[in-house]
Design a protein around this ligand. Structure first.
Ligand SMILES: *[C@@H]1O[C@H](CO)[C@@H](O)[C@H](O)[C@H]1NC(C)=O
Ligand SMILES: *[C@@H]1O[C@H](CO)[C@@H](O)[C@H](O)[C@H]1NC(C)=O
Length: 370
């Protein structure tokens, strides 16, 4: 689900190759290629799609997708700085400060708005001095991009007002929960807030943010099965699972990622304990000869023997956890699929070695969400 799954796989792969056989020239070539790919997308967005959220790559026009706030610009902002483009970083920071407006009657995904808008603005805010921006007095606890991030995050808070503490999937930026909103949210949609919301609390002292994010994590934790697994979709009002497939990929992925990264970022033993427990259950029930499959969360039997492109973050997360040997073996499995097809299919059937049909709706995934 995360926009950078494939990038992470690529980076982990490059990292492993480094130790072995990549020459300085090769590293430089891939670095330039990565930059060129970014600017191809970024400049094309500016030329054909701005101020809409996203570029439609075939018709070369723009469209609003997850909101109506030039989402690609917010998404790209920190990347500009990582690529060393301080002048463009400054130009876009200023442009967003002057034009971004969240007081709108639109229904948005709570998850996507958090990871892309709130996360993107917070990263840019924290990186601003390195981007040559003259920061306000009181930075990092003050600043225009921080105020925008808090404004956006505040509009997501009504979603968390449920009996379980787990959020609705959609919120109207002006009016709160839309009247006919379904109470069914995917696991990642419940458990992917602690990094951004915890950062807002750390910077502003406003405890509401970390409290709702932690509450949602406790809600998921309390909902795990007797085997210690979580499913794919849950009713956030009744607390009943509506999709009981347990896996590491689509609909779940960033939940595990945020437990570990949140645990590290905030030195939280509670989050690390949750991650540790899930990690051992995932190894026990989901792992089949270095692949990870989907199983029934209550019974443990395999429901889908498939590898998903969105699983690609997993070896990176294992590496962060220090489980290097298994990470490298699983990465080799994933890379064998890449080598075979020239890219990874969205769903790949491990038993037959074929892509899973019926997933052609959006061939340029992994950009689309849940
Ligand atoms: C920064 O990005 C802008 C827009 O793509 C481009 O015109 C400019 O050349 C870039 N500058 C550097 C230093 O890469
Ligand atoms: C938001 O969703 C609700 C249904 O829950 C609908 O009635 C409303 O028109 C939607 N608002 C917009 C701006 O699309």
């Amino acid at each position: 689900m995360r926009r950078d799954n494939v990038t992470s796989l690529y980076l982990v792969f490059l990292f492993i190759m480094w130790g072995n056989c990549m020459t300085t020239e090769e590293i430089e070539r891939y670095r330039l290629k990565t930059k060129a790919m970014f600017y191809h997308g970024y400049n094309s967005y500016l030329e054909h799609a701005y101020p809409y959220d996203e570029l439609k790559p075939l018709s070369c026009s723009g469209q609003d997708t997850w909101g109506s706030y030039s989402l690609t610009l917010i998404d790209a902002l920190d990347t500009l700085l990582i690529l060393g483009n301080t002048s463009e970083f400054q130009r876009i920071s200023l442009l967003l400060e002057e034009t971004l407006e969240f007081d709108m009657d639109i229904n948005v995904s709570v998850f996507e708005t958090n990871i892309r808008v709130v996360g993107g603005l917070l990263s840019a805010h924290l990186l601003a001095p390195r981007g040559g921006v003259t920061v306000e007095e009181g930075w990092p606890c003050q600043g225009p991009l921080l105020r925008l991030a808090v404004d956006a995050a505040e509009r997501l808070l009504p979603a968390f007002n449920t009996p379980t503490g787990m959020p609705y999937g959609t919120v109207n930026l002006r009016y709160g929960i839309p009247p006919s909103e379904t109470p069914i949210t995917c696991t990642a949609g419940c458990g992917t807030f602690i990094i951004e919301f915890g950062t807002i609390t750390a910077l502003t002292g406003d405890k509401r943010f970390i409290n709702v994010a932690q509450g949602a994590l406790e809600g998921l934790w309390n909902s795990r099965s007797k085997l210690g697994l979580v499913g794919n979709h849950i009713d956030v009002v009744s607390g009943k699972w509506t999709a009981q497939d347990a896996g590491i990929g689509a609909g779940v992925d960033s939940y595990f990622e945020y437990l570990l990264k949140g645990g590290i970022l905030f030195s939280s033993p509670r989050l690390i304990d949750m991650f540790k427990e899930f990690y051992s259950k995932v190894q026990q029930y989901l792992k089949v000869s270095d692949w990870y499959v989907w199983v029934h969360m209550e019974k443990g039997q395999i429901t889908m023997p498939i590898f998903q492109s969105l699983d690609a973050y997993w070896p990176g997360l294992q590496t962060l956890w220090g489980d290097i040997g298994p990470a490298s073996r699983t990465l080799q499995k994933y890379h064998s699929v890449w080598r075979h097809f020239g890219f990874i299919p969205e769903f790949y059937q491990i038993t037959s070695g074929e892509p899973y049909s019926g997933r052609a709706g959006y061939p340029l995934r992994p950009v689309q969400g849940i």
